[in-house]
Design a protein around this ligand. Sequence first.
Ligand code: FES
Length: 78
Amino acid sequence: MIRLILDGEALVLPEGTSVAAALAASGDDHARSDLAGRPRAPFCGMGICQECRVCIDGRRRLACVTLIREGMKVERTR
Ligand code: FES
């Protein structure tokens, strides 16, 4: 099991889980907000649509193509 921090809250999930799946497992699958403040969530699940952009350890990454790692810090973006 792997422990990560999502928006300041600890989550423990199985190895091999994507960050997009971790968002869904948290009970709120939105990854970011658009310019109008509306929530956006992963859509394509394969790195094309860019809807799943999050901040991982201080860098913008795509949640759908990134696997969770021990101690990873994930923040939803605006
Ligand atoms: S869900 Fe489309 S790029 Fe991640």
